[in-house]
Design a protein around this ligand. Structure first.
Ligand SMILES: [Zn+2]
Length: 422
């Protein structure tokens, strides 16, 4: 094993310095591709790995601003051309010997957080704080990119040790659970016998691995837009079609969806924007909402109810409407074979003192879409948590993590490959 921690730290700091938001990771993808190309990988991008029909929550203005900044920061034209507007890439490594196929997924996007200027924050002390104002790797996905590159480097140097094929998936837009559906629908991991992904830190400290997090919530993020007709509110209100009123009724009806007898559900309308002026019948309204469910079927019930209500309200108020799915994730149950294997491997790492099998995740993560896709084709999947001490909670301006765990992450993934692909 020849990956040095110093190399991993250098990569992590390089990516930390220029964080990019989901669907705008043009420089990040370009840089990952530079490294992978140097290591000798075949790299797939654009519609080879993204099915545009399933792209969720990609806003053209964000993409265009991000692209301009990425070009200014040095994203390479040759990679941008291959991306065709869609970020992320997949490195394929074929050992040339018959065997199984393993897909590993690393997410690459940042969050909308402005990094603290506090002088004791290590990225400030060591001069690698975000140069992209308003954006920060405050969830640790810079660690995930780095662990992916470290695993790639090990593969390039140890190809004789394995059989079969490895696909390293560098996924865009995990935040808001927006990126995985398009990658899954491209079919790029449909031949995988095994799938693994993980998150750094989260709730676990250095020295701990959580091998079997449970309670991933299925969720769908939905926008509803109503288009009515403006009119003079005094002289001719009867000629208007009131989109604001339609939206207001939608909110109360959505919150009145009957609970599901088979398990937990959630709904939240988080944003309602409507209207233009005090004396005008409001002609436009937009709602941003999310539903969650204990499992995929219950979540799908919630989505169907939302769609039905939006349609019914539109008819009742004589307004036009459109709905758009902005993000989605499903629940996933780890396969026992992989849970056992990750536990065994984790305990062989010098700095892992403890493996906890059970932990209630109680949140959503779109790696589950990829994991379930592999499971549905007869493969096996796992999502685990790699502990790392942190200076603040995820998505906070003071967030930073224990970089020594980057090497532990690489060691766990490469050991996993050595067990699965011999
Ligand atoms: Zn995250």
């Amino acid at each position: 094993m020849s990956i040095a921690l110093e190399q991993l730290i250098q990569w992590r700091r390089e990516f930390h310095r220029f964080p990019e938001i989901g669907w705008a990771e043009f420089w990040t993808t370009s840089r990952i591709a530079d490294y992978l190309e140097e290591m000798g990988f075949d790299i797939l991008m654009g519609d080879k790995i993204i099915n545009p029909e399933f792209v969720r929550g990609r806003q053209q203005a964000v993409v265009e601003t991000g692209l301009a900044k990425a070009i200014a920061y040095g994203a390479k034209a040759k990679w941008l051309e291959q991306m065709k507007g869609y970020t992320g890439c997949v490195a394929v490594f074929d050992t040339g010997k018959p065997g199984k196929t393993v897909a590993l997924r690393f997410d690459i996007d940042c969050v909308n957080v402005s990094e603290t200027t506090h002088p004791e924050h290590i990225p400030n002390q060591c001069d690698f704080a975000s140069l992209n104002d308003g954006f920060m790797h405050a969830c640790g996905h810079d660690a995930h990119i780095t662990i992916g590159l470290g695993t790639a480097k090990w593969l390039a140097e140890n190809k004789d040790k394995l059989r079969g094929k490895i696909k390293l998936v560098f996924q865009p837009a995990e935040e808001g659970v927006r990126g995985a559906a398009a990658i899954a629908a491209s079919g790029i991991i449909d031949d995988a016998d095994y799938f693994a992904s993980s998150h750094i830190s989260f709730c676990a400290d250095t020295g701990t691995v959580i091998s079997n997090p449970k309670n991933f919530l299925s969720t769908t993020k939905i926008d509803i837009r109503y288009q009515g007709k403006p009119a003079h509110a005094g002289a001719a209100p009867h000629l208007g079609r009131n989109a604001l009123l339609a939206a207001a009724h939608t909110v109360t009806q959505l919150h009145a969806i009957a609970r599901h007898g088979d398990g937990m559900t959630r709904i939240n309308v988080g944003v309602l924007n409507a209207g233009e002026g005090r004396n005008v019948i409001p002609a436009t309204a937009q709602l941003q909402l999310e539903v969650r469910g204990e499992n995929k079927a219950i979540n799908e019930y919630m989505v169907a109810q939302v769609m039905q209500i939006a349609k019914g309200i539109a008819i009742g108020f004589e307004v036009n409407y459109e709905t758009e799915i902005m993000g989605e994730a499903v629940d996933m149950v780890n396969d026992e074979e992989l849970v056992q294997l990750v536990e065994k491997i984790a305990l062989q790492q010098a700095d892992i003192k403890q493996v906890n099998a059970d932990y209630a995740f109680n949140a959503s993560e779109d790696a589950t879409i990829l994991g379930r896709r592999v499971q549905e084709q007869g493969g096996k999947a796992i999502y685990f948590i790699l502990g790392a001490d942190r200076t603040a909670g995820h998505h906070q301006a003071e967030f930073d993590f224990d970089e020594t765990q980057l090497l532990t992450g690489v060691n766990i993934y490469t050991a996993l490959l050595q067990h699965l692909l011999v």
